[in-house]
Design a protein around this ligand. Structure first.
Ligand code: FES
Ligand code: FE2
Length: 368
């Protein structure tokens, strides 16, 4: 579909110069419905994203539900041991075929009981024998592309998508270098979902720097070294990484936590690992001024449960602190009272990197 952003009067050279000078995007880009539509339809529906831990789908019949952007998907381990992914929408009248994670011999839609084999073929539809010309073979579940990397299952809504490594060539190397294999963590926490009143880009920016850690995150700053000297950023292709050591001065978890490793993968996936637990997090735009955060955690089975609980509390507090910050930023962006901001290049290089990715993608999509 033809996209235009004429109403925003974007001057490509001026944006190039502003980004090169460390300025942020115009405030209007965090509220605009057309930019939001492009991001939802052309970015979030069309990119590789984590759907679930591989641990959730290890046995035949295991299935896990999730989303790629606003598209519901289900990952299924077949009787043959094969892992497959499908659009989680019944071919009858669009009810989900799986409403939660579980284990079954078939996927059965709760609405009118159309029943699908684990390879997606439609096995039975009640009263089909009374229908003229009803051909079950035409109404299997729609497949998606899936891959497993680092112990995470990744999905792309296009069944013929370029591979994850083609889209993110640096990702497998970074995952290997930072020893990320979440299959060593096996104790699940309940999956969390949050609605956050902020544009998804504000959330990604917040997660792209730890410049705010000393001022906003007391607990996280006690656990990890968030100093300028120690906290390290890696910006490459369409991803960025952050890593640091545990805080030897004040850390009550000093003997257990190990190094912190965090990777952002365009557009909305985050991997976060230390020696106590591993998580994935995903941001998805809902409206121009709100987003959903999915968060899923696995813990190391050898860690003392009390330490693991305290660790989880520290992370939950950190996330709540971030939600408060980004909600306040959004309000001020919406007012457009201050047209743009100024980054601190030495501490916010990953935001600058993110802005270049957004701008590059947007330019491609709107042809400026
Ligand atoms: S919508 Fe699934 S059986 Fe009717
Ligand atoms: Fe934060």
């Amino acid at each position: 579909m033809e996209r235009t952003l004429d109403h925003l009067d974007i001057d490509a050279d001026a944006i190039d110069q502003a980004l090169a000078a460390g300025m942020t995007f115009p405030a209007a880009w965090y509220t605009d419905p057309e930019i939001h539509r492009i991001e939802v339809e052309d970015v979030f529906r069309q990119t590789w994203q984590i759907v679930c831990f591989e641990q959730r789908v290890m046995n035949p019949g295991d299935h896990a539900v999730g989303e790629i952007g606003d598209v519901p998907v289900v990952i299924v381990r077949g009787e043959d041991g094969e892992l497959r992914g499908f659009i989680n929408v019944c071919r009858h009248r669009a009810f989900p075929v799986a409403e939660c994670d579980g284990n079954r011999k078939t996927l059965q839609c709760r609405y009118h009981a159309w029943t699908y084999d684990l390879d997606g073929t439609l096995r039975a539809a009640p009263r089909a024998e009374h229908e003229l010309g009803f051909d079950r073979s035409e109404f299997g579940l729609l497949p998606i592309s899936i891959e497993v990397l680092g112990g995470y299952v990744w999905g792309h809504t296009n069944p013929n998508a370029p591979s994850l490594a083609e889209e993110h060539p640096a990702l497998p190397g970074l995952i290997a270098d930072w020893r990320i294999d979440v299959n060593q963590y096996s104790v699940p926490r309940p999956r969390e979902k949050y609605e956050v009143p902020a544009n998804w880009k504000i959330f990604v920016e917040n997660n792209s720097e730890c410049y705010h850690c000393p001022t906003v995150h007391e607990g996280f700053g006690d656990a990890f070294d968030v100093t300028y000297e120690q906290y390290t950023y890696v910006n490459e292709e369409r991803l960025s990484g952050q890593t640091t050591a545990s805080n030897q001065k004040e850390n009550v978890f000093a003997d257990t936590s190990g190094n912190y490793r965090f990777i952002y993968i365009w557009p909305g996936t985050f991997i976060e690992v230390d020696e106590i637990r591993a998580s994935w997090m995903k941001v998805r735009p809902v409206t121009p001024e709100s987003c959903t955060i999915d968060w899923d955690v696995l813990e190391d089975p050898t860690i003392d449960r009390k330490i693991a609980d305290e660790w989880n509390e520290m992370y939950l507090a950190t996330m709540r602190e971030d939600y408060g910050v980004v909600a306040a930023q959004q309000q001020n962006m919406t007012s457009r009272a201050v047209p743009y901001g100024r980054l601190m290049a030495s501490s916010e290089s990953s935001i600058s990197h993110f802005h270049h990715i957004v701008w590059q993608e947007l330019r491609k999509l709107i042809g400026v």
